[in-house]
Design a protein around this ligand. Sequence first.
Ligand code: SAM
Length: 285
Amino acid sequence: MASPSPQQVIESQRQDWNRVAGGWEKWDRFFDEQMAYLNHRLVADARVRAGMNVLDLGSGTGYPALLAAQTVGSTGSVTGIDLAEQMLEAARRKAASLKLSNTTFQTSDVTTLPYEAASFDAVTTRFCLMFLPEIPKAVAEIARLLKPNTWLAAAVWSAPDKNPYLRIPMDVIKQFIDLPPPDPTAPGIFRLAKPGELAGMLQQAGFIDLAEQEFLGDVRFVEAAEYFSSLMDIAAPIQNLWTKLSSTQQAEARQRIIATAGQYQKGSVIALPIAVRMVAGRKPG
Ligand SMILES: C[S@@+](CC[C@H](N)C(=O)[O-])C[C@H]1O[C@@H](n2cnc3c(N)ncnc32)[C@H](O)[C@@H]1O
């Protein structure tokens, strides 16, 4: 089967993430509590300070754009962009409830951004770049938009083996249906998992002072059923696989996912490991 065109990838991404926007809003407080440390890390790696003009790519429901907005304060501004208007609607509601008037969310594709060259003092992006059909093009676009001597900080998922949080349902689904081995160059959750891959693209685009770290953490649940429901509500790519199962298979698969997650019980919580590749680079001055 022919690979989808870049435009087809972008359209299906838009549909996928609009579809799960309600789930992201439903679980917002939970995931904010669980993964806020990644936002702090990105805002630090991008050297965000008061008064800066920051661009956040693939902001979804506002991560890490809203933390960047609090950091730049009233003399700075943050622009968050995303393909999925419904994800951004949730981000706007959160900005309003936090009384952040320095934040704008705009629907746009990361690969073709409607901004002048050298408009931004920092670029952040969490869990977005691996879904792009043309990552090197997007990285070149980021380099164009940054002012000299400023930073890009990106978070992408590391390898499936180190991410039981994401991997458990995928492994269980494969017990029921034959899935073709993933094309390592196709957009998807683990597209940028390989060490050095994103950093190499940054280098190609002229970034210097490259830094890369595999950042280990976990997501903690009171019970495994909560893990199952929350992940299925927000993870559009996993939902797409899930719908390939019959309802009988889904019932059995749910039990197996919950049983496997239960093996990660530590004291009073189920702690599912995650591994995130944090990559940063500076545009030369
Ligand atoms: C997993 S969500 C991450 C959202 C948010 N950054 C976070 O970490 O919570 C991925 C987001 O990337 C967005 N996205 C995917 N491809 C995109 C593209 N080509 N341009 C802009 N946004 C894109 C999706 O719409 C989705 O909201």
